[in-house]
Design a protein around this ligand. Sequence first.
Ligand SMILES: [Zn+2]
Length: 334
Amino acid sequence: MTDVGALCHADMHAHFLLYGHYLRQGYSGAGRRWAPWGPLGNRLFLEHALAGQVHCVTFTVYVPAGRWFGVGAALRQIDTLDRVAAETGGRLTLARTGAQVRAIAASGRVAGVLAIEGGHALERDPSDLERLAARGVRMATLAHFVSSSLADVAACAYRPHGGLSHAGRDVVRRMGRLGMFPDVAHLSDAAIEQATVEAEGPVVSSHTGMRDLRDLPRNLGDAQARRIAATGGMIGILWFPPYLSDGFLGRDATIQTFLDHCCHAASVVGPGHVGIGTDMDALTWPPAGLRDHRDYPRVADGLRQRGFSAAEVDGILGRNYLRLLGDGGVASGP
Ligand SMILES: [Zn+2]
């Protein structure tokens, strides 16, 4: 098979399902409708991905905190994505491995990879993890804006576990055995450190800024970044301006600010452990100079101008993530 890795850009974290599931919209532009927060989101389209050669999009299944949610909410969103993919006539196809992504990309289509955000889907019964893995979910966060019964978060002062709870450590270990990656985005520093100790495979921070450039607890510190890289994992740099720049609402953030974070991450962990996790359509907006997936080639140009080799640029734009996803659905090493 032709190696299309150089042409297969990837997004490690995107929120189409907030529209697709909760507003019942399609992924192809023809099927999209009005959204109440349109100016802030509604940027994920199949056509945009294809235009930017983003042949791998990670569709995040978001499960908020609350007793009414749980693994059922996650499974229903996955059902929606199956329906949406069918509506594209196969131009969007779900994939579990890097090899599957490459095959889908080689035929000019978009591969969807499943991830969970929130961790609340796993709170009731950690064995639900097996049900999610069976549906093809490759990574999951353990909490979001508020600490869950599994893990403490960065953004909230209520941190009852001092990192991960006993159940949280168990979930992290189980993920490795199931070929899933613990996603430590949103977690506290202590929880990140403990996850890298407990994990039996690579750990990922799918969408983050770098704290050294934008001092937020939610952003990744260099020490935590090195721990993640040491597991063979990856850091996805996001597009959300307030996490990239300290100007009011990040309004001064541009594509150059985003590239600053990419460069810093690469300087700390090496370009082989860096990727892009846009966080698009999570009530967010991109930095100036980036519209949506159509502008991945501008990111590639920017990285080349900053001295990265062609292979390093290919890696950050997608090849690193495909390597992480592996060829057999099991965790790949460093
Ligand atoms: Zn997030």
